[in-house]
Structures are given as C-alpha cells and as structure tokens.
Design a protein around this ligand. Sequence first.
Ligand SMILES: Cc1cc2nc3c(=O)[nH]c(=O)nc-3n(C[C@H](O)[C@H](O)[C@H](O)COP(=O)(O)OP(=O)(O)OC[C@H]3O[C@@H](n4cnc5c(N)ncnc54)[C@H](O)[C@@H]3O)c2cc1C
Length: 421
Amino acid sequence: MRHRAGDLDRIVIAGAGRAAVAAVEELHRLGFTGAVTVLGGEEHPPYHRPACSKGLLTGRQRPADAHLASTAPARWLPGRVAVELDSARQVVYTHTGEAFEYDGLIVATGAKPVIPDGWPVGEPGLYTLHDVEDALALGAALREARRVAVVGAGFTGSEAACVVSSLARECVIIDSNAQVMTRAVGAVTGGLVADSMRREGVRMRLGRRVRVVSRSRRGWRLDLDDGSHVDADVVISALGERPDTGWFTVPGADTSDGLLCDESLRVLGTKRIVAAGAVARWPNPWYGDAPGRCDQWIAALEQGQAAARTLLAGHRPAPAAPVQPRYWSDLFGLRIQVCGRLDGADDIEVTELRPGRRDVARGGMVAVHLRDGVARGVVAVNAPRQFTTLAREMRAAGPLARPRVSLPAQTSQQRRLSLVG
Ligand SMILES: Cc1cc2nc3c(=O)[nH]c(=O)nc-3n(C[C@H](O)[C@H](O)[C@H](O)COP(=O)(O)OP(=O)(O)OC[C@H]3O[C@@H](n4cnc5c(N)ncnc54)[C@H](O)[C@@H]3O)c2cc1C
C-alpha cells in the first residue's frame, strides 16, 4: 500500500505509548511515506509501562532498560500534551502553544489513574503508580517506609504489594472485593492467589472500602467502612484507570468512556480520526458484543497496528480489529497468565497440577471459564505449558467462533474441581 502525497501526507499521533509505537511501525511496514509526528505527553521516550509496577519499582530496572525502541521513521516529540483539537481545520494544539496540522489523526493517549474525590495525591507519602516518575518516587519512598497500605487489589495494587513485601515492609492491601484481582483473574483464582499472598506476609482487608484518607501525626490514617482504621507511612492508590479525553472536543463524538469507535477503530462522529489502546472503546469483533475498552499491553499493540491500517484505508472499508485479551503478572514467584474474557457468571473448572499442596496456586493450577459449556477464558498460575496449549486452541478458534477447548489431560498428579457460577 503506497500513499500519494496530498491524500494522506501528515499523520499526527497523540500519545507515545504502546499503541502509538505499534501504529508508527505498522505505518512504515505498509509503506506510508508521509510525515508521522508523535506527541508524547511525558518527558520520557516511549517505555514498557508494565515495568512501573515490577522492575522499575524494585530498582532492578532503570528507565533506559524499559525503553520501547522503534526504528520506523517518525518525529518523536516528548513533552507535548494535546490540549485542544480543531477537527474542522484538522489541527491539534499542545500545551506548549504549538499547532500540528494533520490529514489523519491517531489518538493513543491511554488512561490515567482514578483518584477518589478529596484524596490529596501528590502530598508526601500518598502515591499513584502509573508512570516512570511514579515508580521512581514510590520506590524511593518505600526504602524509608515501615508500614505501607495499598488501596486496590487489582493487578497494579497486587504487584505493588508484592514489591513492598519483598522489601520486608509491613504491607496491608485493602479492596472492596472479597478476593484479589477479581476482575482480572476471576474470584476463584483470585482467592487462591490471595492465600499465597497471605503466606508471604501481606495482610488483607478484603471486602472493605476506604471511607476517608487523612494525615495524622504518625503518617496517614485510612478509615474503613467497618469503623476500623489502618495507619501507614506510605499509601499507594491503585484504584484503576480511566481515559482523560477532555481535550477531544468534537461535536457528535462520544467521549463518555474513552472514544467510541466502530469495529475498525474509526472514532464515530469524526473524519480521519482513529483511536487505539486504552483510550479506544469499540465493539470488539472477537466477541461481537457491546463496545468496551481493553486496557492491556498486547491489546494496545494490536489496536495500534489495526488503527494504522484503518487510517490508511481512508474512506474505503477497513478490516475489523478483533482482539483476544491476553495478559500476565508475576507475583511472589507466581506466574499468572490469562487469555480470553472472564465473567462473574462463568462456570469454572479448576485443575490443580499438584493436588494436596497447601498453596494450590504455587503448585500450579489452570482455571477454565465456561459459559453454556463453551470455554471463554483460561487463567493459569505456574502452569505455562498448559496455558500455552489452551490459549493456542482458543486463539485458533478465531473471531466470533465458539472455541471448544480441550482441558489438559487429567493425570494422577492432577485433581479437577468444578464450580458452577
Ligand atoms: C503500573 C502498570 C502496570 C501494568 N502492567 C501490565 C501488565 O503486566 N500486563 C498488561 O497487559 N498490561 C499492563 N498494564 C497496562 C498497560 O500498560 C496498558 O494497557 C498499555 O500501556 C496501554 O497502552 P496505550 O498505548 O493505550 O497507553 P499508554 O501506554 O499509557 O500510553 C499513552 C501515552 O499517552 C500520553 N498522553 C496522555 N494524554 C495525552 C495527551 N493529551 N497528549 C499527549 N500525550 C498524552 C501518556 O502520558 C502516555 O505516555 C499496566 C499498567 C500500569 C499503569
């Protein structure tokens, strides 16, 4: 696909994360020869964001180690936050006062941490964990802290708790759900992982909400909804992320939860604008259901590629952008891998790889999530071989297909347990 100058000469990408890098590379791969300008809101070049709650937080990695390199030609402009869009004139304005004209715009601005009203994030001792600066600041604070409270037991909060505990600090994790990582791995696996975390010394206040966060003479005080409280030197707020699209003011565009797109990631109600990554809300053709967002690393990569293809297709029909969710985490020596979609109403079949072990998760387990007998998601902990087989089968079934996954063969070393959702 070669592109005439005048047709689509100047592409601007707002955001310089995973989706943006993938889009730049795909534009190059498809033979786009026009100018590509990437406006990055951070001062850093693109980097591997998952490292923020892992190696960058522990100090095992430096920012340069997490760099997301790209050899495709583009003008990378860090420190340029898009603050205004004139979609009629096709211009993006940045906080530096610069204007960037485009023939095609890719919005890849990701998501920002959710901070409850009234929480004084930014004051010493109260942190979010989203970017390199957060990871470095929090990492330094943890070295001085004795008691750490993590609010939110999703992936980011649980990974942070793991780091805190590995530094031999007292750690308590608070979440309104009854288990950890409930949305990401389901309640059954979340319960088993929570057991492992308890054994590693993390204290759990699950099924509890933080009502008030306040400063006390001895640090921070978190008042919970059961009348109890938690004292801490450092508080980590890990309550999820939401796109910040305040600058994207196009009449007719739906920005209520990210940017509402069609199946090919064209932003509805706009011309020559596509979105990719955590900011895009689209009807994922893999499932063929209502529009939703997918805030995961691999999804951002695949959407970045798809958005580039769609933009170059111009007014012609563009291929749909199906994404099968796949993500991972490393916690206390637990390798957690997920493929597909999980739902609280799923039936779940759990296979323990080493039955009889007190720490089921550490011994290895696979949870297959089924709806009407059809496998829709697989979660594995310390079972990489079994995960790869099952995930490959689910992927091979393709978009809109109804994958029928065969479970790992049961051996005398494995015990299978069925739970009806
Ligand atoms: C701490 C942490 C750990 C994670 N770990 C995992 C993991 O283990 N596995 C996994 O699958 N996913 C993980 N994720 C999620 C994953 O990082 C994201 O899904 C992915 O980075 C999304 O890619 P993106 O390109 O949409 O957004 P991002 O990578 O977030 O990039 C968006 C960029 O746009 C910039 N930006 C925002 N607004 C503007 C603006 N107005 N103008 C210009 N630039 C702007 C931002 O500063 C940012 O640099 C993690 C996320 C976090 C925060």
